[in-house]
Design a protein around this ligand. Structure first.
Ligand SMILES: NC(=O)c1ccc[n+]([C@@H]2O[C@H](COP(=O)([O-])OP(=O)(O)OC[C@H]3O[C@@H](n4cnc5c(N)ncnc54)[C@H](OP(=O)(O)O)[C@@H]3O)[C@@H](O)[C@H]2O)c1
Length: 255
């Protein structure tokens, strides 16, 4: 029973975090690096990644940047290669990159729907497809998918976004079913409620953006660090513990 109930240190456990140039991804990268994991940070904005790598280095951690567009399969494969050549493998993959260009279905903003499917679903699939062979070879791994409370319940204007996050729940459940007992690979679907990040700044429709931001101007949203703490909790659990889902909402968001 030794070690039961104690966290497993992340020393030497290589992590890859997508969407690490801001918000939740950057906070997760800091938290994992602080816990001893060498971290590869990925996103499109390379300058942001470079400052995060420098910051993690100043805090005594190890990090490396890999500019990646998760919608491009070859770039995601190169990201996993990068983790192997820089740090010798990949044990923790945090599929966090995501976009939320909200709009009512009636507006038929099909380009935005396509972008959400490309980043939020296909980007995650590309990550899994690239990392799984490495994890299977090593006989261990932990895939963390950043879903959303919207993956449990759609909201007006967020139907397609919710559909992408429902997809992540199905994917996480199926991964766990196929691979946890069979291959020792753990899977966690983190489902945050509203988090104070840049996500809503990119809502293209000004009315939808103002409505979303207005609803939260007087309330306390989660901070990215709150979600990072949940990710850390899952990945530092002992090897026999698979934390499948974490639903984490602001106190001011009851549903
Ligand atoms: N904020 C919330 O209220 C909330 C709630 C529930 C779930 N989430 C989820 O949390 C995750 C992180 O979002 P956030 O709130 O931290 O928002 P954010 O600050 O806007 O971060 C989104 C990240 O995704 C990256 N990204 C977007 N498109 C990409 C692409 N094609 N390739 C690679 N990276 C891409 C962005 O980096 P680049 O632009 O540099 O590529 C950025 O680093 C998302 O999956 C989101 O759905 C957020």
């Amino acid at each position: 029973m030794s070690g039961a109930g104690q966290g497993v240190p992340l020393d030497g456990r290589v992590a890859v975090v997508t969407g690490a140039s801001s918000g939740i991804g950057a906070a997760v990268a800091r938290a994992l690096a602080d816990a001893g994991a060498p971290v590869v940070v990925a996103a499109r904005r390379a300058e942001r990644l470079a400052s995060l790598v420098a910051e993690i280095g100043e805090r005594g951690g190890r990090a490396s940047a890999c500019a990646t567009d998760v919608t491009v399969r070859a770039e995601v494969e190169a990201l996993i290669q990068h983790a192997q050549s820089e740090f010798g493998g990949v044990e923790i993959l945090v599929n966090n990159a995501g976009v939320m260009p909200l709009s009512p279905l009636a507006a038929a903003r099909v380009d935005d729907w396509e972008r959400m499917v490309d980043v939020n679903v296909k980007g995650v699939l590309f990550g899994i497809g690239a990392a799984l062979p490495v994890m299977l070879r090593e006989g261990r791994g932990h895939i963390v998918n950043v879903g959303s409370v919207a993956g449990r319940r759609p909201f007006p204007g967020g139907t397609v976004y919710a559909a992408t996050k429902f997809a992540l729940r199905a994917l996480s459940a199926g991964l766990q079913l196929e691979l946890s007992a069979e291959a020792g690979i753990r899977v966690t679907d983190i489902q945050p409620g509203v988090v104070d990040t840049e996500l809503a700044d990119h809502i293209p429709d000004p009315e939808q953006r103002a409505a979303f931001q207005g609803r939260w101007s007087e309330k306390r949203a989660l901070r990215a660090e709150d979600v990072a703490a949940a990710v850390l909790h899952a990945v530092t659990a002992p090897a026999h513990v698979n934390i499948n889902e974490i639903l984490i909402r602001p106190t001011d968001q009851p549903t």
